[in-house]
Design a protein around this ligand. Structure first.
Ligand SMILES: Nc1ncnc2c1ncn2[C@@H]1O[C@H](COP(=O)(O)OP(=O)(O)O)[C@@H](O)[C@H]1O
Ligand SMILES: O=P(O)(O)OC[C@H]1O[C@](O)(COP(=O)(O)O)[C@@H](O)[C@@H]1O
Length: 324
């Protein structure tokens, strides 16, 4: 890679708390090296339409505490089409941009791989509340989302206890159960239903709730990851099979919003700065990741090839034991 004089930064896919800290660190770190930064609006869509803003220090000074992403984001259908990726690459060349920093989840990574074929140097930062980027132990936004879910479930439990009901709470995470596991354990859920462990059988939940009912307990909490089943149907089933009055709460987008936790601000800052360090070293087509709590980076193609559908088995076993 030739010397970097100008870069573009974008956020893509689901917004995640901490993305702003990463953008801020990218701008500060680039500025330190005399590299110009343009912010691309609405993820890959903004590359295709060349919707950009210049980003200087004053543009990013007070964004650490903001949820969402100041650069906006999108799920770009057009970027799936090579014709539009070519237009995006031509736009970058026409504006003398040497490299792109893309902050997003596994879809953003898949887009980055394809974009590489258009001759674009790209460094990715894992940003998604789902924590589903296999190469990295952490993805920006997870901590904030898990805390938001925990606080919401605490409140739901207050009502559940008052009425002696069963609350079934659905949390986000696509095919991964990290938000459910963390929020469920933190709120002492009676059952946590995870995609990674789901065998299509609700009997163990029904039996566990029946036993609690018989033992005289008067409130029940089931946390279910969205990747498993329809939470409303599960609440209906619980009511039908156990006689416990049941209600469903789907937490939805509150899990994506709100002020980032210190962890997301810190990791956003670290990952943003590390992305610029990778480019300074003349390396492209990398993804920043966390391994053993240390910053590392992988070739994007190698990272995409990694699959990790396992949950930490100690954490999982503990979640079962604590729900007894
Ligand atoms: N196979 C692919 N080829 C090209 N672009 C892709 C591909 N998969 C995803 N993308 C792009 O990445 C964007 C973000 O991916 P998405 O799955 O929506 O969110 P996330 O990055 O959070 O997982 C998509 O909207 C699309 O524009
Ligand atoms: O914003 P949309 O398109 O409704 O997508 C909802 C999905 O986005 C997420 O909130 C975040 O996922 P990504 O970060 O992979 O985009 C998922 O947990 C959820 O399934």
């Amino acid at each position: 890679m030739s010397e970097i004089k100008k870069i573009a930064v974008l956020t893509s896919g689901g917004d995640a708390p901490g993305m702003n800290s990463a953008v801020r660190a990218v701008v500060f770190s680039a500025n330190n090296l005399g590299i110009e930064v343009v912010g691309v609006l609405r993820g890959y869509e903004g590359l295709i339409d060349w919707e950009t803003v210049p980003l200087g220090l004053d543009d990013v000074r007070n964004i650490n505490n903001q949820g969402g992403t100041i650069l906006f984001t999108s799920r770009s259908e057009r970027f799936l089409d090579q014709k539009y990726r070519h237009i995006a690459a031509e736009n970058l060349r026409a504006h003398d941009v040497d490299a792109v920093v893309a902050i997003g989840g596994d879809g953003t990574l898949r887009g980055a791989i394809k974009f590489k074929d258009e001759g674009v140097d790209i460094v990715c930062i894992p940003g998604t509340i789902d924590r589903d980027v296999a190469c990295s132990e952490y993805t920006l936004g997870f901590d904030t989302a898990a805390n938001t879910a925990m606080e919401a479930i605490d409140k739901i439990r207050d009502s559940s206890v008052s009425h002696g009901r069963c609350s079934v709470v659905e949390v986000m995470g696509r095919k991964r159960g990290y938000i459910a596991l963390w929020a469920g354990m933190a709120t002492s859920a009676d059952a946590i239903v995870l995609p990674e462990k789901w065998d299509g059988n609700f009997d163990y939940i029904i039996n566990a709730l029946r036993k609690r009912h018989t033992d005289g307990r008067n409130s029940y909490l089931v946390v279910v990851a969205e990747g498993v089943t329809d939470a409303g149907k599960l609440a209906d089933l619980i009511q039908k099979e156990t006689g416990i009055e049941s209600r469903v709460s789907v937490l939805g987008y509150i899990q994506r919003g709100g002020q980032p936790t210190a962890k997301d601000r810190m990791y956003g800052s670290l990952m943003g700065a590390y992305a610029i360090e990778i480019l300074r070293q003349g390396r492209g087509n990398r993804i920043v990741a966390i391994k053993n709590d240390i910053l590392v980076d992988y070739d994007i193609a190698e990272a995409i090839g990694l699959h990790n559908n396992n949950l930490d088995s100690f954490q999982y076993q503990l979640s079962l034991m604590l729900a007894e």
